[in-house]
Write a protein that binds this ligand. Structure first.
Ligand SMILES: [Zn+2]
Length: 485
């Protein structure tokens, strides 16, 4: 529009000047008439000037607009503006996607029977979850430095057990630290004290780790704590801070040593638990990774941070069985060393090939979810009728764990747990029922104490530390499960 007016004005201006000039030359006009023509010409010239100025101010917009088409009508301009807005929205989407580019790296550092996880965000920020045992502090610090870490923006001590916070004081001392998160529970060990002193000496304050807390990690990644969700637990493991990260189409869940109790709370709280990668809870112990929790997470990959030949029999065979039968690729620090998962916002890749496992069931022969076999696992000879099995007999702590792997509740009243070497047996009291996925512990020895889900057999030592198989018989006397197989 402005161009058309400009052209008309310029043309009129020229005509006026020519007319004035012509009259002047011909001297056929009075001076006053000439002045009127000249004044009109002046007004027109200044109008053109103003319009040209305006048109210069508008230039970037008109240029952007007219680069698509020549505009003549208001309607067209509206259409174009609309197109332009749409394309800007498109750009915004693109920007959002662009933000989800870059690389997110998760290092499951091999610290033996312990956890230490470094997360390098695409923004360059770092999160450290746990740092192994006391003796692993230097190893973890070295590993972080080797990987270019200068600052730990978020440090999470999942729970006060030494295999998680042992090396954390060294990490706090050696790096700049943003925020430190710990669950609200005290622990009277020197390890825990050392950590609190290191935090205090750095002038840092502890942020309480609890379900629902969002970590400020920038735009491209979301990080939220999903646990703990209660203020008190019998088992320290259930205080574990659980972190879920999502980056583009990929997501990770880090569970510390959270056990079934905490898992059930996360399920009840209705959190989005879905994740491509699951850091398996409690080093693959049957106390964690309940069927319902595993189903909610539905990971494609699982990483187990665990030490070779550890005292606890981790990872427990039934957890390996559950992971394998669900078609989940399993990575293990005891077999493969440090595992690095890399996300490009769309897919997750690993620096190692998954651990190859072959699963054998008691009665149905072999389920073979993996082509080759380096580990044979079985669900502890689970009776197909009940699904209940001995998950673990810890000879040292004298704790036997029995789990219901089935989808239905099983009444185990009158069932017997037998120590085969000493031929001692414990009979389950009437009214003992295991819900789907539920575990029950039977403790023996001088430290045996009853609690929720814990039964005391005797305060005598029952299990021979040099190896002592256990057997579980149902009320009809049928062998249900043996451990180890
Ligand atoms: Zn642990």
């Amino acid at each position: 529009m402005a161009d058309v007016i400009l052209a008309i004005s310029a043309l009129s201006c020229m005509i006026l000047i020519f007319t004035a000039g012509y009259h002047l030359i011909r001297r056929a006009v009075q001076a006053s008439k000439f002045l009127i023509y000249a004044l009109a010409a002046l007004i027109l010239i200044s109008t053109i000037g103003i319009m040209a100025g305006c048109s210069t101010t508008n230039q970037p917009t008109s240029e952007t607009i007219s680069s698509n088409s020549g505009l003549n009508t208001t309607k067209e301009q509206q259409d174009l503006n609309q197109q332009k807005n749409q394309s800007q929205t498109g750009n915004n989407d693109k920007q959002v996607n662009n933000k989800a580019t870059g690389t997110l790296k998760v290092h499951f550092i091999d610290v033996g029977q312990a956890d230490a996880i470094l997360i390098q965000l695409p923004s360059g920020h770092n999160i450290l979850i746990d740092a192994g045992n006391n003796s692993d502090g230097n190893l973890v610090v070295k590993y972080l430095k080797k990987n270019g870490v200068k600052k730990l923006d978020h440090v999470i001590g999942t729970h006060p057990h030494e295999d998680h916070i042992g090396g954390l004081d060294a990490a706090v001392k050696n790096f700049k630290v943003g925020k430190v998160y710990l669950p609200r529970v005290t622990h009277t060990t020197k390890t825990y004290e050392d950590l609190l002193i290191a935090i205090k000496n750095k002038g840092l304050k502890v942020t309480e780790a609890k379900g629902g807390l969002k970590l400020d990690v920038g735009m491209e990644v979301t990080a939220e704590l999903l646990a703990p969700n209660s203020t008190g637990y019998e088992e320290l493991n259930n205080y574990s801070a659980v972190l879920r990260l999502s980056f583009g189409n990929t997501s990770f869940i880090f569970t510390g040593d959270a056990e079934n109790v905490s898992e059930a709370e996360m399920l009840r709280a209705g959190y989005n638990l879905k994740a491509n990668v699951l850091k398996v809870g409690h080093h693959g112990s049957s106390s964690s990774t309940s069927p319902a929790f595993l189903k909610a997470v539905s990971p494609k990959y699982a990483v187990i941070c665990v030490g070779k030949d550890n005292d606890y029999g981790h990872p427990h065979s039934e957890i390996l069985y559950d992971l394998a039968t669900a078609g989940i690729d399993v990575f293990r620090t005891d077999q493969q060393g440090t595992i690095i998962a890399t996300s490009d916002a769309n897919t997750v890749t690993f620096n190692k090939k998954p651990s190859e496992v072959k699963v054998r069931t008691a009665n149905t022969g072999t389920i073979n979810p993996k082509p080759a076999s380096s580990t044979n696992i079985s669900p502890s000879a689970t009776s197909p009728s009940s699904g209940v099995a001995i998950a673990c007999i810890d000879l040292k702590t004298e704790i036997t764990t029995i789990k219901n792997n089935s989808e239905a509740a099983v009444n185990i009243s009158g069932w017997r747990l037998v120590s085969e070497k000493g031929n001692q047996e414990f009979t389950f009291p009437s009214g003992t029922t295991l819900a789907p996925g539920e575990t029950i512990k039977i403790t023996t020895g001088p430290n045996a104490t009853a609690g929720s889900g814990v039964l005391v057999w005797t305060t005598e030592n029952i299990w021979n530390n040099d190896g002592d198989p256990g057997a579980l018989y149902d009320s009809s006397g049928k062998l249900v499960s043996r451990y180890p197989r």
